[in-house]
Design a protein around this ligand. Sequence first.
Ligand SMILES: NC(=O)c1ccc[n+]([C@@H]2O[C@H](COP(=O)([O-])OP(=O)(O)OC[C@H]3O[C@@H](n4cnc5c(N)ncnc54)[C@H](O)[C@@H]3O)[C@@H](O)[C@H]2O)c1
Length: 458
Amino acid sequence: MTMKKNILCIGAGYVGGPTMAMIAHKCPKYKITVVDINPQRIAEWNSDTLPIYEPGLDELVLATRGKNLFFSADIAAGIRDNDIIFVSVNTPTKTFGAGAGMAADLQFWEATARQILQYSQSSKIVIEKSTLPVKTALTMEQILNSAHNGIFFDVLSNPEFMAEGTAIQDLENPDRILIGSRETERGLTARQVLVDIYTHWIPPEKIVTSNIWSSELSKLVANAFLAQRISSINAISALCEKAEANIGEVARAVGMDSRIGAKFLNASVGFGGSCFKKDILNLVYLCRSYGLDEVADYWEGVVKINEYQQNRFTMTMLKAMFNTLAAKKICLLGFAFKANTGDTRESPALFIARRLLEEKAEVVISDPKALQNATIDLKDVRGSIRYVEDPYEATAGCHAIAVMTEWDLYRNLDFKRIYRTMSQPAFIFDGRNILDHRRLFDIGFNVYPIGKPPLTHF
Ligand SMILES: NC(=O)c1ccc[n+]([C@@H]2O[C@H](COP(=O)([O-])OP(=O)(O)OC[C@H]3O[C@@H](n4cnc5c(N)ncnc54)[C@H](O)[C@@H]3O)[C@@H](O)[C@H]2O)c1
């Protein structure tokens, strides 16, 4: 069958893999190729064990792979053979030089632009799928159009708004698709090519077009607003603990205001994931570089409150357990940064595990999907760490449990059974407020929720 369009995606990660699988599924007449510099990642995408866990992803890949979805390590051929190129390479926080710890590290991004330039033999549309500082498209255009060889590149911005853990449903039924372009004749023609892909399954009213800088900036702002809600409720959780208010009751009362809304108001040990912190720091850096220090300070507060909340959680554990954690066994239930993913990047559990090990606690880590990543994350850390998938085995003999991830599995555990196997007095620190605290207290646990008075037997 001759394919109507050939599409390439550079970067086979959490974004590239699922988004391209969805396009392949919805556009059976398009041929989609996903390439990556990491050949092992490509081999995993071509195997029975995909490199990432995401509900519904296995089925989607199985239905399309080898038909119109292909994973390949041949980047040069990919660029040569495709005229529509999505770029979803990683854009982590810079760890060196100017802007270290704040600015986006654009080395992978620029390397990709140079590769595209090197291997292209015809004009292409290049689509920014990665999250980037505003005005990156300008740099991209300058690099790509530097050869003056009659080949022209149109750069579009199409940031991805899906969330890990619900990626497939988000991709199938997104709140909106945002496409930014130059508002020239060429830019608008390129924009229409991308609109035509999405109209295969997205209602036209959900496809929003804008100027390219608005599109780049909107993604940073969306993540900053989402993270800000978490930091706002977490900041209030600290006050609730002092004032004997209950954060659940406050969040419900506040969230019923239709101007505020109920979502993203669950107090917790803090947000994690590869995006929120990096994107806010990126926004903060941008503001500072434009001399907007007040704006930068405002958004930086969101990250500071998140660090404060994680630190506060560890201090609550230390104080509750008689000011020493040395040689105490503590089980972390969950290590992924949220439920339904194996991703542990910037997970609060990582911070808490490190802090507990500094206090010389013995840490047992349990998670249904993230133990492999946890082992990699903590490989350089000294101290006593065990990895045990079964939560009953993991908690046996422990002095305390700390719930780190809101996996459904943990809501329904037999806590009577767990209590009997633990060292007494037994403690539970519910970093996600997902357990029935009164019931746990009645079983005999000393219970420390977030933003609610603790329930203790002392
Ligand atoms: N993870 C999310 O939930 C999410 C959601 C929306 C947007 N984003 C953004 O999307 C981008 C990608 O995120 P991710 O989570 O998929 O990252 P990731 O690290 O999982 O994947 C990126 C992939 O790009 C590959 N790569 C790097 N340089 C390359 C090059 N020059 N040529 C070919 N491949 C290269 C890496 O090997 C890696 O496999 C980031 O900018 C991120 O901020 C992520």
